[in-house]
Design a binder for this molecule. Structure first.
Ligand code: ASP
Ligand code: MG
Length: 409
């Protein structure tokens, strides 16, 4: 008998037929004798609908009230799944985040989980019931409803699995695992049988939308056995996210290619080349809560230098305004921007032991005439910023250059 947490995403519970399908799956595992905790998202599109509804009333709703509204989608699906299970003769009980007591801080719309009380859940499991928990939501010390940020149901699933010491946390979604890259861009993309936490973290933070980043961090920290699977296939092992690279296996050099099209670049031209300049430029940007990603400061000449960085495209206008505001204060000659940038990253723990990965990446892009505007690296990833119009091409040629379309050895 195993204790399993299964999380189903929005498309998996997108209509009554699909909810019944999830119920059948859950009932099957339950019949085998496994104890089951199910975490659900809202029906696909529902959270967006609720946000749009709120914005129709108020362009800037109070975060507390926004959470009251957008947490309702999950309350609907948990009730419906329990009904479907009961229809099949399976005992089931739903819980909102507050009813479990998923305690969070009070940062509405992006709350962090502080503690989970597993008591109620355990009692129901021991009584033979399937427990169905609303993802994405919690409750703060004062009893206010909070939400965990978009995609937060993944984090609920992993955090619950850690709290009740589940044997495995299975994330059911509309893809059958983690792919070498987005198959919509590269049809030859392959499903990975395993990927390390480190690689998954990079993939998630670089734009692969399979798992919310925080859920991966959580799983790594608490050593939760995490697996991504399709809710639309009967069979399949999905992708297992492993703590360590398998030393017995020939590691591919690159495990995947992530990309993000919503990037923008800002260049501050002709600033005095002196200590403190990076701080003067980026300080006000950080104060406005704008995340800065890649940064380049050029070699100075004639006492001045140029300074470029990238931001997420939705933050571009805000960041430009801030810099235009401080332009004369920092003594910059000109502020330039480009809002149609994209970032492509190759990710793999195999990079640690294989030199020449960067040069192969750069050569591959050069052969296609794709200009690299910025580069950043970590131990297991190399990212380049390029013009958005070359994004698909770049991902395709890199996928081929690193042999990702070939089955693993
Ligand atoms: N329903 C929430 C969202 O759409 C949470 C989730 O699905 O993970 O972001
Ligand atoms: Mg999701």
């Amino acid at each position: 008998m195993a204790l399993i947490v299964q999380k189903y995403g929005g498309t998996s519970v997108g209509n009554p037929e699909r909810i019944k399908n999830v119920a059948r799956r859950v009932a099957k595992s339950h019949a085998k004798g496994d104890q089951m905790v199910i975490v659900l998202s809202a029906m696909s599109g529902e959270t967006n609908r609720l946000i749009a509804l709120a914005k129709e009333i108020s362009p800037n709703p109070s975060p507390r009230e926004l959470d009251v509204v957008i947490s309702t989608g999950e309350q609907v699906t948990i009730g419906l799944l329990c009904m479907a299970l009961e229809e099949m003769g399976v005992k089931a009980r739903s819980y909102t985040g507050g009813q479990v007591r998923i305690l969070t801080d009070d940062s509405f719309t992006k709350a962090r989980i502080l503690d989970i009380d597993g008591e109620n859940i355990r009692r129901d499991l021991d009584g033979g019931a399937v427990v169905v928990v609303a993802g994405f939501q919690g409750v703060d010390e004062a009893g206010n409803i909070t939400t965990l940020g978009r995609g937060g149901s993944d984090t609920t699933g992993v955090a619950l699995a850690a709290a009740i010491k589940a044997d495995e946390c299975q994330i059911y979604t509309d893809v059958d695992g983690v792919y070498t890259t987005d198959p919509r861009v590269v049809p030859e993309a392959r499903k990975l049988d395993t990927i390390t936490f480190e690689e998954m973290l990079e993939m998630a933070s670089l734009g692969s939308k399979v798992l919310q980043i925080r859920s991966v961090e959580f799983a790594g920290k608490y050593k939760v056995k995490l697996r991504v699977l399709s809710s639309f296939q009967e069979e399949g092992e999905g992708t297992l996210i492993t703590v360590e690279e398998d030393k017995n296996m020939e590691q591919p050099i690159i495990s995947g290619i992530a990309f993000n099209r919503d990037e923008a670049k800002i260049t501050v031209l002709g600033v005095p080349d002196k200590p403190g300049i990076a701080y003067q430029i980026l300080g006000p940007v950080a104060d406005a809560n704008v995340d800065v990603d890649m940064i380049i400061q050029n070699v100075g000449h004639d006492g001045t230098t140029d300074f470029s960085f990238t931001v997420n495209r939705p933050d571009y206008d805000k960041a430009m305004k801030i810099l235009e505001g401080v332009q004369s204060h920092i003594g910059a000659r000109q502020i330039q921007g480009d809002r149609t940038m994209a970032k492509v990253s190759i990710v793999g723990v195999g990079m640690r032991s294989h030199p020449g990965v960067a040069s192969r990446m750069f050569r591959t892009l050069a052969e296609e005439g794709i200009n690299i505007q910025m580069i950043s690296t970590s131990e297991i990833k190399i990212s380049v910023a390029i013009d958005e119009k070359y994004l698909e091409l770049a991902v395709r040629v890199l996928h081929r250059a690193f042999g990702l379309d070939q089955a693993a050895a």
